[in-house]
Ligand binder design. Structure first.
Ligand code: ARG
Length: 462
């Protein structure tokens, strides 16, 4: 059954149908479509366009459809073009004469926009919950790592730079995730606007009340402009961006896990449940979860750029191009949740090799800047100190003597400065608030825990 055959004498071509059908993916909007229709029925009743009796027949039919959909007994027909058509067709079968009254004052244009906003609200909440789970895991790993005093080299340019507490490194990813949560919730707040009542593009002559239907659906506000309401997909683009950036963060974590689990680094070992083997090489233990986290980011970025290209150049108001909004959004949500869940399991169970990390971090020249700062604290200009220590490091490397020997013998440094070269000394001296040493990291852990608690509280209200 099509909803619009009245205008047409001939049948539509099969190829048009193949191109245009969206039921294969938009069936996912079914619960939202039923909710939207129930709100609309309430609106029609309040407008006096349905009697109480008619409204309750439609409501009962919609509830029945809801049950059939949930129990997977709903029978889709080849003629169902999209989920909106399918549900209206079934309601009409169930509700008899009243069925054809359902769509008064409504278009699939405001209907699909309403459904997709309801879906996105729920989906972003689900994604945020997963992000917070991963934040919590990072915190749970960081706290004992700080208590044990674990540290590793921090890198710039992928070269060892200065030792940092392992907790500091883990929380660096945690803070990026906290910004993702903010961004996703911000996007979710902005999209919380009901388009229902905008009709095809201009509203209706019927006495509908979009404020009331919007409120019934749990939206914070209704649309201000009907043209905008049916053509606005900013929320899809914003959600795709927030998911793509989250994907990029997870990809960067993934890359470090790949490095850290290599024999070359050996900082991290994966639990068997979160690693894979090789079909040929019996000795292999591969970090596929981390690699897929890295790989999926490409796909998420693709969804964003692809959809922006779809939007670019569309005139007002609804255009069928907009049907292309759903597949990238659904896929981005699904892929992100899959990555978050697996990465969370991996991070919760991996073990860290504190000896390998410390050995790598305590390379003799890791304290070079501490030697220079030691000289600065005793009145030397930093540039002079920098060049003095730099030449000692060069000397030590060229003459293959331990740096400690040269420091000991140097008139400006001497035995007092030697303590700076002791294992673990450098990381202990990072005292700047927000810095990588044990003292600021203890404070950072508290701040992160407080933010997490606030976020969890905020989530419990969604
Ligand atoms: N399947 C369509 C979509 O996803 C529903 C809206 C169709 N509207 C129309 N005027 N053909 O956008």
């Amino acid at each position: 059954m099509t909803l619009w055959r009245g205008r047409f004498a001939g049948e539509s071509a099969d190829e048009l149908w193949t191109l245009s059908r969206s039921i294969q993916f938009d069936a996912r909007l079914a619960p939202d479509d039923v909710a939207g229709s129930k709100a609309h029925v309430g609106g029609l009743e309040r407008a006096g366009l349905l009697t109480t009796q008619e409204a309750s027949v439609l409501m009962a039919a919609l509830s029945r459809v809801e049950e059939e959909l949930a129990g997977e007994s709903f029978k889709f027909l080849p003629s169902d073009e999209d989920i909106h058509t399918a549900i209206e067709r079934r309601v009409t079968e169930l509700a008899g004469d009243v069925g054809p009254k359902l769509h008064a004052g409504r278009s699939r244009n405001d209907q699909v926009a309403t459904d997709l906003r309801l879906f996105t609200k729920r989906a972003l909440r689900d994604v945020v919950r997963r992000v917070v789970d991963l934040e919590r895991t990072l915190y749970d790993r960081a706290k004992p790592a700080a208590a044990h005093g674990y540290y590793l080299p921090g890198y710039t340019h992928m070269q060892r730079a200065q030792p940092v507490m392992l907790a500091h490194h883990l929380l660096a990813h945690g803070w990026a995730l906290a910004r993702d949560v903010d961004r996703l919730l911000d996007c979710r707040h902005r999209l919380d606007v009901s388009p229902l009542g905008a009709g095809a593009l201009a509203g209706s002559s019927l006495p509908l009340d979009p404020d009331a239907t919007g409120e019934a659906l749990g939206f914070l506000a209704r649309f201000e402009n009907s043209l905008d309401a049916v053509s606005d997909r900013d929320f899809v683009a914003e959600a795709l961006f927030a998911l793509a950036l989250l994907g990029v963060h997870l990809s960067r974590m993934g890359e470090e896990i790949v490095l850290w689990t290599s024999s070359e680094f050996g900082f991290m070992r994966l639990d068997d449940a979160w690693a894979t083997g090789s079909s040929m090489l019996p000795q292999k233990k591969n970090p596929d979860v981390a690699e897929l986290a890295r790989g999926k980011a490409g796909r998420l970025i693709g969804h964003l750029t692809g959809f922006l290209a779809t939007l670019k150049g569309l005139p007002l108001s609804y255009n069928r191009d907009l049907q292309e909004d759903k597949e990238p959004l659904f896929d981005a949500v699904d892929q992100t949740i899959a990555v978050l869940a697996a990465l969370n399991g991996l991070m919760a169970t991996a073990t860290f090799d504190d000896e390998r990390m410390a050995a790598a971090a305590d390379a003799a020249d890791a304290s070079a800047v501490d030697l220079a700062e030691w000289l600065v604290a005793r009145g030397m200009a930093f540039r002079t100190a920098h060049s003095l220590v730099g030449s000692l490091v060069r000397d030590a490397a060229e003459r293959r003597v331990p740096l400690a020997e040269l420091v000991d013998a140097h008139p400006d440094l001497g035995p007092d400065a030697l303590a700076l070269l002791e294992p673990g000394a450098a990381v202990g001296r990072r005292t700047t608030p927000g810095g990588a040493g044990p003292r600021p990291v203890a404070d950072q852990l508290k701040r992160f825990r407080d933010l997490l608690a606030k976020t969890e509280e905020r989530l419990s209200r969604l």
